[in-house]
Design a protein. Structure first.
Length: 194
């Protein structure tokens, strides 16, 4: 059965790192929304006189957010349609709330929930302070806005998102990525997915 695995969670929890560790021994199409749209988003924000790292501005939310997510989704659809397992990495906050989103994605790829094993790995940390420390440690420019506006950002984050998709509860794994990402943790996550 084909696998479609979503690695979701707030910034700094280690979604991409965790997904990469699983993908190293399980070939798949690896779609990180930041990679898919990052350069385009930065350029468009700059062209409009905005901070290229601010993914919280009204302009980003109104003009670029869905464009970025929809492009990643289209790449997913293409790969599912030709039989590939797919890992999708991003928060997917709005998409997880929309029951029809996953059904429509699968239908566009010519597949259904009976043909594709959809799983969601919610990558989380024990607390917001751990998240802030991780964000500081990775030292990426795109996190500047979050760190400079931490008080505002922190009040809006949801460590465990609402998941309204019609998938079994057993297909959702809350993965605590606090501390070291050990071989044992990776093995337990691989067992969940495969």
């Amino acid at each position: 059965m084909q696998k479609l695995v979503f690695f979701v969670g707030v910034a700094g929890t280690g979604k991409t790192t965790v997904a990469k560790q699983i993908a190293l021994s399980n070939p798949c199409t690896f779609i990180d929304r930041d990679t898919v749209g990052g350069r385009f988003v930065e350029k468009i924000l700059e062209m409009n006189g905005l901070d290229k790292n601010d993914r919280d501005s009204d302009f980003y939310k109104e003009n670029l957010r869905d464009l970025e997510y929809d492009t990643a989704r289209d790449i997913c659809v293409e790969n599912l349609s030709v039989g590939q397992d797919v890992f999708m990495i991003s928060p997917f906050t709005a998409e997880l709330k929309n029951k029809e989103w996953i059904v429509n994605l699968l239908a566009e790829s010519g597949k259904s929930l009976q043909e594709v094993d959809v799983k969601v790995v919610v990558v989380t940390l024990k607390n917001a302070e751990s998240q802030k420390n991780r964000i500081k440690a990775r030292a990426t420019v795109r996190d500047t806005w979050k760190l400079e506006n931490w008080g505002s950002y922190e009040t809006r984050i949801d460590f465990i998102p609402s998941i309204n998709w019609d998938i079994p509860e057993s297909n959702i794994y809350i993965f605590d990525n606090s501390g070291d990402l050990t071989a044992k943790k990776i093995e337990s996550l691989s067992d969940f997915i495969y």
